[in-house]
Design a protein around this ligand. Structure first.
Ligand code: 6GU
Length: 231
């Protein structure tokens, strides 16, 4: 079973996303084990301090090595980890192929840091993978960690039902998803495309393929070119 250990100085930020919906249900039904560790509990400082001013000056605080080394050290005594991931904007962008690969791993640690950073020695000695979730800045690694957890957990066996299968997700084939509709077939004079109510599965399949291509070409020409070149 996959086990994810998340280290954070603000563990309250993680509770909502971990306790509800798909991820919450996957935990309750034992399809994934997720443990949250409060970094402050590992600080030898009497006030639980986990950050300090950067050497050389500059704005913002930097996460200190001691609590992180102690916390990860104690986790490593319990089990071996495949990856110690540090979410940070100065890293490679997370994409679906990376998520697919990570979701196959058993034990991983996600270390949430401050936006201003963590002492480089932590990155040099402990972190094995750094990922960014996009070219913009967030205040800390907690939200990116939740993005990563959600993207991995929904791929685990038995987490999604057939109805929500991950196989036809956007990006799973390098394309965006086609539009979807539900009842009623006519709403305030707006009707559902006739093909979708035709019951003709081959026509529906072709319609979805065409709409997916159209949408991808319009909003993500970069993905579209890639897709066309690979065909
Ligand atoms: Cl992974 N961390 C932070 N703090 N900001 C980000 C990010 C990560 N990815 C994009 N922006």
């Amino acid at each position: 079973m996959m086990r994810i250990d998340i280290i954070s100085a603000v563990p309250e930020l993680l509770q909502g996303p971990l306790d509800h919906s798909i991820v919450g249900r996957a935990r309750k039904s034992g399809k994934v084990e997720i443990a949250v560790h409060d970094l402050r509990a590992y600080s030898t400082d009497k006030h639980g301090k986990v950050d300090d001013y950067p050497f050389g000056g500059g704005a913002g605080l930097v996460m200190t090595p001691q609590p992180v080394f102690d916390c990860i050290g104690s986790l490593k005594q319990e089990r071996e980890y495949r990856e110690i991931i540090f979410p940070t904007p100065d890293a490679l962008l997370l994409d679906q192929p990376t998520v697919n690969k990570l979701s196959l791993h058993d034990n991983i640690i996600i270390l949430c840091g401050h936006y201003k950073g963590i002492d480089q020695r932590i990155r040099d000695e402990l972190v094995t993978l750094e990922i960014s979730i996009g070219d913009y800045v967030l205040s800390g690694g907690e939200l990116p960690a939740m993005v990563l957890v959600d993207s991995m957990v929904r791929l685990l066996p038995g987490v999604l039902g057939d109805a929500e299968s991950a196989l036809d997700d956007s990006f799973q084939d390098g394309m965006l998803s086609p539009p979807v509709y539900t009842r009623p077939a006519s709403f305030r004079g707006l009707s559902v495309p006739e093909t979708l109510t035709s019951g003709n599965h081959e026509r529906i399949r072709l319609w979805r393929e065409e709409k997916a291509l159209e949408r991808t070409r319009e909003v993500r020409p970069d993905l579209y070119r890639n897709f066309i070149n690979k065909k």
